[in-house]
Design a protein around this ligand. Structure first.
Ligand SMILES: Cc1ncc(COP(=O)(O)O)c(C=O)c1O
Length: 465
């Protein structure tokens, strides 16, 4: 079988990662000295030796995001099929900038994206493309929304606009929007922070009030960014209500479902994404909960004419346009030269099937519920409410940084720090389909040991205060 030898290597790597440390202990100087002493481009090295040397470095010197006890920043364990796909892509190296140069690859991507657009309930005219990640998809959304809302924006730029454009989002939205506002020329102050409710979801009354006030003060509101699965706490903004609001007020409705979008495949979760079907544009990252390697983001938009206007390009040196309905990605997306990003999602979906994916997502969701329950049972204070497998928690008097240092040092798990309502807390997100009940139990036991928890008498050890 084609995959046999590669699969052996893949399983061996995954097993070694699961048995090994999660968090490295290394300083920049250690790595720099090592590189200087082992490698010299003036003296070519046998490829086999170089591969072994590089793999040693990767094994020892990275946070292992595919470890079953990595509860981190949406970086997933990866399916075998998706890693095969990345190797195939590198070997054939198709250029997807134009349809004519890569008909097969372009159509495989379209096939995959059209399927997901239908799952989201977006209309059949929706255009979509793969991106490097969620930040690029969000950039695409802001660029197209500006192009649609301000006809002069594309030709003469932001300086010609009659009023300062404004984008509405909560303090929980992803920070890529800050850079995007800067890069797009509307400026970081164009981001208007809307208040949240007790579950960190966008507050519609505050949104309406801010828009009215801004209009009166000479701003030009044009876009609302809802997040379906916020980065820190996994909150899902009220999508149906926001969709209605945007339609009524003539605003672009973007849903950043970079992580949470995959929930559309899980029978017990898809209802929480209700309302996404009314979005003008959607961001969803396959390199998060679809368990494929980075980078694999996706951008969906229901207004093809605005997408084609925003990314319009003419160049005599590019191959001529294909006949028929095929789009050339260099004229309809941010990128020019384009890697065959979508094969890893296509091959993974083909080999696991929709039901296999539903199972993986449901499993992680169940592990998230278990984690929430065990933490709460042993006296941790849970500070976020979400249906997605992301738990934020703390304990009175805990120094989060010191506690996380203990956690890393003892190789119990990898978790991160988050700010929830101004309070520093621990953030744990289940991101691996390999995480088992036993992993979750052992992690909570390990954390309780650090705290020296005798359920009746919790105390904070000196090293973690
Ligand atoms: C909600 C959300 N949107 C966008 C992004 C940015 O995605 P990427 O890192 O793939 O560019 C992230 C990253 O975690 C995210 O959580």
């Amino acid at each position: 079988m084609i995959t046999d030898s590669f699969q052996g290597k893949f399983e061996q790597v995954q097993a070694a990662i699961a048995d090994g440390p999660i968090t490295p202990r290394v300083a920049p100087e250690d790595i720099r000295t090592h590189l200087q002493s082992r490698f010299d481009f003036a003296k070519p090295m046998a490829l086999d030796d170089a591969i072994v040397a590089v793999e040693e470095m990767l094994k020892g010197w990275q946070v292992h995001v595919t470890h079953p006890r990595y509860f981190g920043l949406f970086n997933p364990s990866v399916t075998f099929a998706s890693t095969v796909a990345d190797s195939l892509v590198a070997m054939y190296n198709p250029q997807l900038a134009s349809w004519r140069t890569s008909p097969a690859a372009n159509e495989i991507e379209k096939f995959t994206l059209d399927w997901l657009a239908r799952k989201f309930g977006l209309p059949c005219e929706t255009v979509s493309n793969f991106t490097n990640g969620g930040a690029e998809a969000n950039l695409s959304a802001v660029t197209v929304a500006l192009t649609r809302s301000f006809p002069g924006y594309g030709e003469v730029g932001a300086r010609t606009l009659h009023a300062t454009p404004a984008i509405y989002l909560t303090g929980e939205a992803h920070h890529s929007f800050s850079k995007i506002a800067h890069m797009s020329g509307i400026g970081r102050n164009a981001l208007r922070k809307v208040a949240t409710d007790h579950n960190l979801r966008m507050d519609l009354t505050d949104l309406a009030g801010k828009i009215e006030e801004d209009r009166a003060n000479g701003f030009a509101p044009f876009m609302v960014v809802a997040t379906a699965g916020t980065t820190a706490a996994g909150a899902i903004d009220p999508l149906p209500e926001l969709g209605d609001f945007c339609r009524t007020h003539g605003l672009w409705f973007h849903v950043d479902a970079a992580w949470g979008g995959a929930a559309i495949l899980a029978p017990s979760l898809r209802n929480f994404l209700r309302g996404i079907e009314h979005a003008d544009s959607v961001t969803c990252d396959a390199h998060k909960w679809f368990s494929v390697p980075m980078g694999c983001g996706m951008f969906f938009c229901r207004h093809p004419e605005n997408v084609l206007e925003a990314f319009r390009a003419e160049a005599a040196y590019m191959p001529g346009k294909a006949n028929g309905a095929a789009l050339d990605p260099y004229t309809s997306t941010v990128q020019w030269s384009r890697r065959f990003i979508g094969l890893k999602l296509f091959l993974s979906l083909v080999s696991h099937g929709e039901s296999g994916y539903a199972e993986m997502i449901e499993h992680q969701s169940a592990m998230g519920r278990l984690l929430r329950q065990l933490l709460s049972d042993s006296g941790w204070r849970i500070v976020n409410e979400t249906q997605l497998p992301l738990v934020c928690f703390t304990r009175e008097g805990l120094d989060i940084r010191k506690f996380l240092a203990c956690l890393y040092d003892r190789q119990i798990a990898w978790m991160s720090e988050a700010q929830i309502r101004g309070e520093s807390v621990i953030r744990a997100c289940v991101t691996s389909f390999r995480t088992t009940e036993r992993d979750v139990q052992q992690i909570v036991e390990g954390m309780n040991r650090i705290m020296n928890v005798d359920a009746a008498l919790p105390s904070v050890p000196a090293e973690c205060r």
